[in-house]
Design a protein around this ligand. Structure first.
Ligand code: ATP
Ligand code: MG
Length: 138
């Protein structure tokens, strides 16, 4: 099934100059980039994006991290896009990530883990709507 998913190159990876390498990995893996924008989240936007985690102890630090600099937001499409992106990203904590995945290559901690990917069809729909307009995705 052809799916769409939302991905973000996080502030750590943009600042360290890994944007091009991560985009190349995504394209080599067969993802079609439907929409892409560099932006910087406000505190309210980051809190809204990660609202499911608002009760977690790491939430204030996560919001601070996600607002520290520019990010690249993308709408991606391919067969089984949601699961395939999660696999290509690797585990949340790079210490547990398999060799060759994006987080193993570019993440430096469980927080500063270089890339986001939607975790379910429901989340993907909400996150795509949060970041892009319908017209962006035509
Ligand atoms: P993402 O949602 O960004 O794709 P994920 O689905 O692998 O990552 P989540 O559990 O949704 O992981 O956590 C969201 C983000 O919060 C993580 O990517 C990471 O940046 C941060 N985070 C998660 N767990 C921790 C933790 N224990 N300590 C610090 N930061 C964390
Ligand atoms: Mg998540």
């Amino acid at each position: 099934m052809i799916e769409r998913t939302l991905s973000i190159i996080k502030p750590d990876a943009v600042a360290e100059g890994h944007t091009g390498d991560i985009l190349a990995d995504l394209e080599k893996a067969g993802f079609k980039i439907l929409a892409l924008r560099m932006t910087r989240l406000s505190q309210a936007q980051a809190e809204g994006f990660y609202a499911v985690h608002r009760e977690r102890p790491f939430f204030p630090s996560l919001v601070k991290f996600m607002t520290e600099g520019p990010i690249v937001v993308m709408a991606l499409e391919c067969e089984n896009a949601i699961a395939r992106l999660r696999e290509l990203m690797g585990a949340t904590n790079p210490a547990n990530a398999v060799e060759g995945c994006i987080r193993k290559r570019f993440a430096t901690s469980i927080e500063r883990n270089c890339i986001h990917g939607s975790d379910s069809p429901e989340t993907a729909a909400v996150e795509l709507r949060y970041c892009f307009s319908t017209l962006d995705l035509l």
